[in-house]
Write a protein that binds this ligand. Structure first.
Ligand SMILES: [Zn+2]
Length: 495
């Protein structure tokens, strides 16, 4: 007998094993394909609604006045100028007389504004709409296509600092409230409008903190808070033709970690093998090499699961079968920085300093590492990870400042449906999905006074619009403002 015609026993076992693996793979792919073919859209069906009567041109005029007041949160809080904020308050009083006659209004933390509008049903939990009146500074007005505080209209847009972030939302909320009052509509639920004046101070602001404290002290337990978030994205999701609005259930946390090396100095003619700069550089290289692992768990997985049924092509097969493809998907997303940030805690070495003179050994070298923390990771865990990566007792690793990921809100809650419905009533072509907001906003301060905290901006943005936030040529499409007003109107009228 020759081995060519009759397989040896071990070969037979291997063959049988391979066939088993192939069969299992076939079954898994079969299940995946069936899943993809039977998957259904999770989007809410909506009907036409009666829009609030608003003169859109006049509303744009009021927003333009708001943009022309430079309510700047300066880089250094000591440079704060209160005058524009006082003008801004006066503009609101002039622009929205019914709101100021019929709602209770309080000035909190000097320049923030909190309004209370008694709802028809005293037993229903109130809702909180927030926005901020301050804007980031403009470093070089000359590079803008239109001056940042002129509110010029051109090419179908209103140009200016604050149009997107966040005066557009603030003014749209008040337009909706004013229109409801004019039409004699009382909101079913009590509505709080909380407008902070220092959101852009990057964590040192007090406006939202103090308003949340006041609400807490008064026993307010709101059904939800809606704050700014990602806009309605156009073309940002692959394999989806429609715009996608991602309602932020939470936001990324953050941690800034300091690495310090301190050594005895001396003349550079007789140096040790490594100076403080060399030791620090090696530590920084290790921190960059040992990135935190990626994971699809958390709100981003919910985004994919909700958008999956709306996709086409091979990506639909992947997104509707994350039970099978999550590891492949995670690896694919980690391959590019823009998508990697949605599946892992990011690491960015942002500052390095050390040494004073070419012929003097440095006694001290210092680096700062900035992390944006993904759902599932913690500040404490990130510090431990960096300490492990550095793995050198000569490098001191210290947390400078850290915020954990705020509580993750529920995408199944009725309040989520309220917001999703309002958005689709106004923009029926838009897909709505839960997700994680990748920036930070005032929303996190309200976690203690509301069951759910959501983040969403109700205007459309493309990939090209993303750098306009805090950048140059911030602008809002004129034809979208009416939709924003109606969106907030639908929310305040929701049961
Ligand atoms: Zn903002």
């Amino acid at each position: 007998m020759s081995s060519a015609t009759t397989p040896r026993p071990w070969r037979r076992r291997l063959l049988r094993g391979s066939l088993g693996v192939l069969a299992l793979l076939g079954v898994l792919i079969g299940i995946a394909v069936v899943n993809t073919l039977t998957t259904r859209s999770q989007q809410i069906e909506v009907e036409a609604f009666e829009p609030l009567p608003v003169d859109d041109a006049e509303a744009i005029g009021r927003l333009s006045e708001a943009i022309r007041i430079p309510t700047i949160s300066p880089e250094d809080p000591a440079d704060f100028d209160p005058a524009p904020f006082i003008s801004f308050h006066a503009l609101l009083e002039r622009s929205f007389p019914l709101v100021h006659a019929q709602l209770e209004r309080e000035v909190v933390s000097d320049y923030s504004l909190m309004y209370r509008w008694q709802g028809a049903d005293p037993n229903a939990a109130p809702i909180i709409l927030t926005a901020h009146m301050d804007v980031v500074p403009v470093s070089d007005p000359a590079v803008w296509s239109h001056p940042p505080f002129a509110a010029e209209q051109a090419e179908g847009f209103l140009w200016g600092r604050g149009t997107m972030d966040d005066k557009g939302a603030l003014m749209a909320i008040l337009e909706a409230a004013e229109a409801m009052l004019a039409a004699g509509i009382t909101p079913p639920r009590t509505v709080y409008l909380c407008f902070g004046h220092d959101e852009e101070l990057q964590g040192t602001g007090t406006g939202a903190v103090e308003m949340a404290k006041l609400l807490h002290a008064r026993g307010v337990e709101a059904e939800f808070v809606l704050d700014e978030g990602t806009g309605i994205t156009v073309g940002l999701f692959p394999a989806v033709d429609q715009p996608v609005a991602v309602i932020g259930l939470s936001e990324k946390g953050s941690a800034t970690i300091e690495l310090v090396v301190e050594l005895e100095g001396g003349h550079s003619s007789a140096p040790p093998d490594q100076t403080a700069v060399g030791i620090l550089a090696a530590a920084v290289a290790r921190v960059e090499a040992e990135q935190l692992p990626g994971s699809l768990d958390g709100p981003f997985r919910q985004t994919l699961a909700t958008i999956g049924p709306e996709m086409h092509g091979p990506l639909k097969l992947v997104a509707t079968n994350l039970w099978l493809f999550a590891p492949i998907m995670t690896r694919a997303l980690l391959a590019a920085p823009t998508t990697a940030s949605s599946v892992r805690t990011t690491t960015a070495v942002t500052v390095i300093e050390g040494g004073v003179k070419a012929n003097v050994l440095p006694t001290r070298a210092r680096a700062l590492v900035n992390h944006r923390i993904n759902a599932g990771d913690t500040v404490e865990g990130v510090v431990a990870h960096v300490r492990d990566a550095v793995d050198d007792p000569r490098v001191q690793v210290t947390l400078v400042v850290g915020n954990d990921v705020p509580r993750i809100s529920d995408a199944e809650a009725p309040a989520f449906t309220t917001i999703a419905r309002a958005l689709r009533e106004v923009n029926p072509e838009v897909l709505v999905a839960p997700g994680l907001f990748v920036a930070a906003a005032d929303a996190r301060h309200y976690v203690g006074v509301a069951e759910q905290v959501y983040r969403l901006s109700a205007f459309f943005i493309t990939k090209q619009d993303v750098p306009r936030y805090h950048g140059i040529d911030e602008r809002l499409a004129l034809d979208q403002y009416a939709g924003m007003i109606q969106f907030y109107g639908r929310i305040m009228q929701a049961p």
